[in-house]
Design a protein around this ligand. Sequence first.
Ligand SMILES: *[C@@H]1O[C@H](CO)[C@@H](O)[C@H](O)[C@H]1NC(C)=O
Ligand SMILES: *[C@@H]1O[C@H](CO)[C@@H](O)[C@H](O)[C@H]1NC(C)=O
Ligand SMILES: *[C@@H]1O[C@H](CO)[C@@H](O)[C@H](O)[C@H]1NC(C)=O
Ligand SMILES: *[C@@H]1O[C@H](CO)[C@@H](O)[C@H](O)[C@H]1NC(C)=O
Length: 581
Amino acid sequence: MRSYHTASSLLALLGGFQYALGEELSDAPPAKDFLRRAGASPTLIGNYVYFDGGEISQLLDGKTLKESKRSSNAVNSTISIDMSKSWTASEVTLRTIERPWPSKSNQALWTDQETGTFWVWGGKWIGGKNMVPNEIWKFTTDGNGGGRWAKEIPANPGLFNDLEQYEHGAWANTATTGFSIGGMASGWTKKYRGGNQVIPGMVAFNMKTKVFQNGTTAFSPFDTLAAASAQFVPTFGANGLVMVFGGLALPVASEPKWETGIPYDLRNLTFFDPETKDAYWQIASGTIPPSPRSQFCVAGFENSDGGYEILLSGGYNHRDKYYYGDSYILSLPGFVWTRVPDSPAGNRAYHHCVSVGKRQVLSIGGTKGPGWDDADLAPQGLTLFDMTDLKWKDSYDADAAAYERAPDIKTWYTNGSFDAVEWSSDSVQRLFVTKSTTDSQDPAQDPGSSTTSTPSPSASVKPESSTPVAAIAGGVVGGVAGIALIGAVAWLLLRRRRNRNATPGPFPGSEDAYSDGHYAPEVVKANPTVTPGASPLGFKTGVVELTSQPSHAELDVGATPTNPLLHYSAPVEMDATPIRY
Ligand SMILES: *[C@@H]1O[C@H](CO)[C@@H](O)[C@H](O)[C@H]1NC(C)=O
Ligand SMILES: *[C@@H]1O[C@H](CO)[C@@H](O)[C@H](O)[C@H]1NC(C)=O
Ligand SMILES: *[C@@H]1O[C@H](CO)[C@@H](O)[C@H](O)[C@H]1NC(C)=O
Ligand SMILES: *[C@@H]1O[C@H](CO)[C@@H](O)[C@H](O)[C@H]1NC(C)=O
């Protein structure tokens, strides 16, 4: 028993103590104890992936926590992974970093690579506890996988304090500006909020000037968007483009119900210029990912041919209550989707993806059911996809070669398919094709190729001088730039509007797939109609079934909009989603 002179017996002794004392909950448990992680938001800065927020479930002393009050727990640390060395998912060390405020799920995360900082904003208060008014937090990395959190002070606190607190916005950022497009506010996102409401328009945060903007303040009617994903593509146009994928349109004027949300399909794709806010659409070809699809992940790489490819993986179908296990690559400039192998780690939603190691996508977390007790087949919830080999794997290769398009996707560009693309407009064509493929165009009007013309497919128009235009900079909120933003968002949203003649259906309640748990936000606790077992993670919160509203002064005012112009969009283009699960 006292044989501590060898390392192995010392380890055995420690193991015995650990067993005797019982294992403790951890934000990064050993792989053998890990069950599920979901709702974390990642980024890559230098040699480190950081992720923040979300929940985790794990075995303690070999048992799930099913009998206890709750089988998942808030992740209270920020986590980093060293990407300078190769690793396997079952063995990689997750470093935990202290986090000085209560954790949230589904936060927007914006990264300033130049200063090695990122911000998290919005999201859901896990368990509906410790909710505070609007805050934005900033993490400054130290270059060694650590860093420090501090509360950020927005340059325009008045507007900031009035912003809704919400989750399920589609977030992405350029070198200067973070966006959160659409989203959903509820009793889980804002203290005492009495109802769920979809967030129209989008919010922008200038990471350099710290100015927040609400791009919808003077505009209605809207279409809305919730639970979509966004990807910034720096490769095309003068300022790059923000691509917005999937998600649902939900009525602003009545209680949103996920399953009847109108899906934005993945055939007719929307994107906008992050500076001018000019919005565009283009019909994609190839194997279109089925929709409705929400809570999926996207991540992308620029390739050596001057194009850009985006992986889209998994997600949830709210209509049919189905977790997707499929994955696709969208290749630009061709707007062609290619289906790639399904992840062997299984179907999932509420995961997040981040581009790492030249050509690999790291997928973090995800669930595939309402519970938390089914062990993820991906060790520690981590799985990787090689964008060139088109293979899922459970290890990270720090020495991977530079990204190149997979051969089949390459072929598509060389066998004439690219030349056959029907562009939605001349301006979209100019964004993605240089003039040499088309007839004479006025170079002055071509935002994509101001100086050179290269052979198609071009995309040679990198914004080398990606100088931030002052569109949302400089504190000009409410000024000309603000109006331009509003107008552009109006355009973006109007373009996405479908048939406006449909009548709103009843929205008796809201339900989310990602449900388990037994906590309720405080507004619900006050109400006896709460369904037991309602979700802290989704919207089946009971909040929506309030028979009498809490009488708190902060009770939401936005839940009863009076604008008669608000319309609910009807389902259209269902033929654009040919595969039905
Ligand atoms: C995070 O903190 C909360 C509140 O203290 C606690 O209930 C929860 O168990 C913690 N999570 C983990 C994984 O330890
Ligand atoms: C932005 O303003 C619009 C219109 O006033 C409002 O409906 C929306 O909730 C605001 N967005 C946020 C995030 O506060
Ligand atoms: C071109 O290549 C793509 C991808 O390999 C293929 O799907 C398509 O059918 C080919 N088209 C022609 C015209 O050969
Ligand atoms: C694509 O969607 C836009 C709205 O976002 C719409 O104006 C356009 O007509 C659609 N294109 C097609 C071919 O359906």
